[in-house]
Structures are given as C-alpha cells and as structure tokens.
Design a protein around this ligand. Structure first.
Ligand SMILES: Nc1ncnc2c1ncn2[C@@H]1O[C@H](COP(=O)(O)OP(=O)(O)O)[C@@H](O)[C@H]1O
Ligand SMILES: [Mg+2]
Length: 260
C-alpha cells in the first residue's frame, strides 16, 4: 500500500531537500518503488539528481488547475531507480493560481491517487513556507516527517509547525499529525546540539527518529554532481545515515499503514 511521506518544515535550510532526495534513493535501494515530488519552486530536489526544472507549460500547477492527468509529469528516473515529478518556476505563484479554485488544497492528493498504484512511496519535498503547496502536501500525507537542526530556534519552529497543523486540521477536518522528527546536520561536538537533542528525546521520544543525520560534507557536495549521496559516496557517514533512516521508516511505517 502507498505511503506518502511528506518532508516539511516552514524553515529553510534545515535539510528537507537533502532528506527527501536521499530518502528516495535509499528507499529505492531497498527495492521500494518510489516517486519523488519536488514542490519547491527552487527545484533543489530536481537539480540535485541531475534533472532540469520543467518549463511553465505542462507544470504541476497546470495539472492542479486544469483537468490534466498527473502521469505525464512523471520522469521515469532509471538512473537512480526512482521516478521524479520535477519542480517548475511557476510553483512560486501557486497561491494566486490555486486561490480561485474550490477546496484547492485537496487537489494534490486526488491527483496523486492517479499514480498511487505504481508506487510504494511518494516522497514530497516541500517549500520553506506553509503556503498552499505545503498544506496540499500535508493533506496528501500518510506520514509527516519534520527535519530539524538541533539549534535554539528549532524547538520554537516545531511548536509553530504543530500549531499550523492543528489549524489545518480544524479548518479541513483532517487528522494530520507529525509522525517523525528527524535530527539533521548533527554535530555532537557542539554542546547546544547535544542539549537540544536531549530535549527532543525527553519531549518527543515517540515521534523522534532513532536515526540521527550527521553533518557530513558528502551530503552537501553530492547535489552539485546531480547525484543522491548513495551514488556519489556510498560509504559516507551521511549516506549510511539515510540508508538507516529508510530502514527505520520501513520498519515503523510499513507495519501500521492506514489507507489514504
Ligand atoms: N547532514 C548534512 N551535512 C552537511 N550539509 C548538509 C546536511 N544536510 C543538508 N546540508 C546542506 O545544508 C543546506 C540546506 O539543506 P537543504 O536540504 O537544502 O535544506 P532545505 O531543503 O530545508 O532548505 C544545503 O546546502 C545542503 O547541502
Ligand atoms: Mg529545499
């Protein structure tokens, strides 16, 4: 059964894209059929695996606004064994394009259902805001993953995220919740990181992913070669951490799936 894994955080630079694309690679290395959806107009997930952003015609916005099918947006990604719906620059104007539609943030989910039978996982990389696209992704999610750096403001960000999800639930009748909190760019030499990590363990033990993603330069370098880290440096600590995270997700989420 399909698991739609949404990687979200309203803050930029916390490791959403790195997590989304390396998870897509790691889950497909574990023989899962994966579609990566790049919802960020910056298109870092798209270029990070060596693809180009789509031009404005025939973009995801067109598919959401018109009656077009989603399937013809999918690039069959034979090189890294997972498929991609690339970003396009017009994602930036999603608010304007979608605002005149009825129940606009429910459309993405219904479109994704068109391709659901092809995949075990749809991994969605969200933009760094909680605008219409992120809300659409959250409404399509079976599991919500929040990457965060172990910094002072991360906990505040997490509280804000929780509040927004509550508001979305109240407005839409959904029951979205955070399913995984992922510590990214972790550096155990930094005292504040250790302290914030400890605090997360105390307050969010259930939701906190056991896997911690270390700060690892190979993860930062790989996208400039258009590769997931698994193909750039398979033995790197960061690569192994994302493989471990995929294993954790498979163990935790595949055993308690709810139909979307
Ligand atoms: N674990 C990590 N170790 C080192 N650099 C990282 C790590 N995770 C992300 N980065 C780098 O940090 C920056 C922000 O990460 P990114 O995944 O693009 O965040 P977001 O999508 O949330 O904006 C990028 O330059 C990325 O390469
Ligand atoms: Mg990003």
């Amino acid at each position: 059964m399909l698991i739609t894994l949404v990687v979200a955080n309203q803050k930029g630079g916390v490791g959403k894209t790195t997590t989304a694309l390396n998870l897509a690679a790691s889950l497909s290395a574990a023989s899962r059929k994966v579609l990566l959806v790049d919802l960020d107009s910056q298109g870092n997930s798209t270029t990070g695996i060596g693809k180009e952003k789509r031009k404005e015609n025939n973009s995801l916005i067109d598919v959401l606004v018109k009656n077009d099918g989603l399937l013809n947006l999918v690039i069959e990604e034979t090189r890294y064994k997972f498929d991609l719906i690339p970003a396009s620059s017009d994602l930036i104007s999603a608010e304007i394009e979608l605002s005149s539609l009825k129940n606009p943030t429910a459309i993405l989910r219904s479109k994704l259902l068109q391709v659901a039978s092809k995949y075990d996982y749809i991994v969605i990389d969200c933009p760094p805001s909680l605008g219409m696209l992120s809300v659409s992704a959250l409404r399509a999610a079976s599991k919500v993953l929040i990457p965060l750096q172990c910094e002072y403001y991360s906990l505040e960000g997490l509280a804000a995220m929780n509040k927004t999800i509550k508001e979305i639930n109240e407005a839409t009748g959904e029951s979205i919740e955070i399913d995984g909190i992922l510590r990214t760019m972790y550096d155990s030499r930094i005292r504040l990181s250790r302290e914030v990590s400890k605090e997360l363990e105390e307050h969010f033990s259930e939701k906190l992913c056991d896997t911690v993603i270390p700060r690892n330069v190979k993860l930062a370098e790989a996208p400039s070669f258009g590769m997931p880290a698994l193909y750039y440096e398979p033995e790197a600590k960061g690569t192994l951490a994302y493989l471990a995270l995929a294993g954790e997700i498979i163990n935790k989420f595949e055993n308690n799936q709810v139909a979307i």
